[in-house]
Design a protein around this ligand. Structure first.
Ligand SMILES: *Cc1c(COP(=O)(O)O)cnc(C)c1O
Length: 360
């Protein structure tokens, strides 16, 4: 067996020991004679799996009791519709547009009501986070929406926007569990797990209880009401059972690693190795404002598309995979999520240094 260093933006690297544990339990989960993939989601064994996953996540993020944790499907993209359908009581919301995912959410919300662009960084290809300390937010806006870490562009909100008392909704797909968060500052925190937690197919929604109501937009399908899933504790219908089981294993791994404060320290250390190299390199350059740099997704370029392509191809041969930038921006992107070991980043930087010397 030989595993590569996988810098994919998602689905992405998972902790090796978690994968090994899952492999060990594949045919016979804890003596019950079947795989977690084969068991009823109503069984006692599975109930323990999903309840423990929720309890561990609550523990990791210190989620207050007045928030529900939902394990849903449809990806982060389905939340782009589910959020307005459930939260747009006044049919108005403010969106801060810091990348393609935020823009997609903004466009989707326009189907359901008036989505106002309160700020945007599109003027400079989303290479920075706009000043959100004093935005023009309509008084009757139902919520303010952000994409907290911009997976494609590599920026992150270092301070949350001043919502002027409005409910904050955040897509945290690519920074989920990368550092401690104060959940009480948000109305809704959600993310697809395939970036920084588990396998594709699960989206986790952490939502304040008062936002879960029967009063959804007319025509909202039962499956797209938060209340449906909150009342049934994520077991209204068959959930993505195996994916939730894997997420639960990653939560336990994170706890063993020391929790989110320890992860933050580790992630800062990893990102610094790469950013420090970029800042002194004559060939490679980071593409975003320094103060807004993401700890998770690091885009960089040489300024020469042919050289970029050569780099990506040679890196792959050296066991450093999936470094090609998003198709919309080109260049390179190294996603260095929780499960990327420090050695992976060190190997990448050593390779970049060699490549620079060989191609100068
Ligand atoms: C990947 C990603 C999405 C889309 O996720 P899907 O699960 O594929 O719908 C949305 N937002 C962010 C920030 C992402 O990184």
């Amino acid at each position: 067996m030989s595993r590569v260093y996988n810098f994919s933006a998602g689905p992405a690297v998972l902790p090796e020991e978690v994968l090994q544990e899952a492999a060990d339990e594949m045919l016979d989960y804890k003596g019950c004679g079947m795989s977690v993939m084969e068991m009823s989601h109503r069984s006692k064994v599975y109930d323990t799996i999903i309840k423990e996953a929720e309890a561990d996540l609550r523990d990791l993020m210190a989620i207050p009791d007045n928030y529900k944790v939902l394990f849903l499907q449809g990806g982060a993209s389905q939340q782009f519709a589910m959020i307005p359908m459930n939260l747009m009581k006044n049919k108005k919301a403010a969106y801060i547009i810091t990348g393609q995912w935020a823009k997609k959410a903004f466009q989707e919300a326009q189907i359901y009501g008036e989505a106002v662009a309160a700020a945007s960084s599109e003027d400079q290809t989303f290479s920075y986070i706009p000043d959100c300390s004093d935005l023009n937010i309509p008084e009757d806006a139902d919520y303010v929406y952000i994409c907290e870490n911009n997976t494609i562009y590599g920026t992150k909100f270092k301070t949350l926007p001043n919502t002027k008392g409005h409910t904050l909704v955040a897509d945290v797909s690519s920074c989920f569990l990368s550092e401690p968060v104060d959940v009480s500052k948000y109305g809704v925190i959600y993310g697809g797990v395939q970036k920084n937690i588990g396998p594709a197919g699960v989206v986790i929604v952490i939502i304040r209880e008062d936002l879960i109501t029967e009063d959804t937009l007319p025509g909202t399908p039962t499956m797209l009401k938060y209340k449906t899933h909150a009342d049934a504790e994520s077991l209204y219908n068959t959930p993505p059972c195996y994916g939730i089981y894997m997420c639960g294993k990653v939560f336990k791994w994170l706890k063993k690693m020391g929790g989110l404060a320890a992860m933050k320290e580790r992630n800062e250390e990893k990102a610094k190795i790469l950013y420090d190299f970029l800042d002194q390199s004559k060939m490679f350059k980071g593409t975003v404002a320094k103060e807004d740099r993401s700890l998770m997704n690091v885009p960089f370029v040489t300024g020469d598309a042919d050289l970029d392509a050569k780099f990506v191809a040679e890196a792959k041969k050296a066991g450093l995979e999936n470094l090609k930038g998003h198709r919309s921006v080109g260049g390179m992107r190294a996603s260095i999520y929780n499960a990327m070991p420090k050695e992976g980043v060190e190997k990448l930087v050593a390779f970049m240094r060699e490549f620079e010397a060989a191609n100068a």
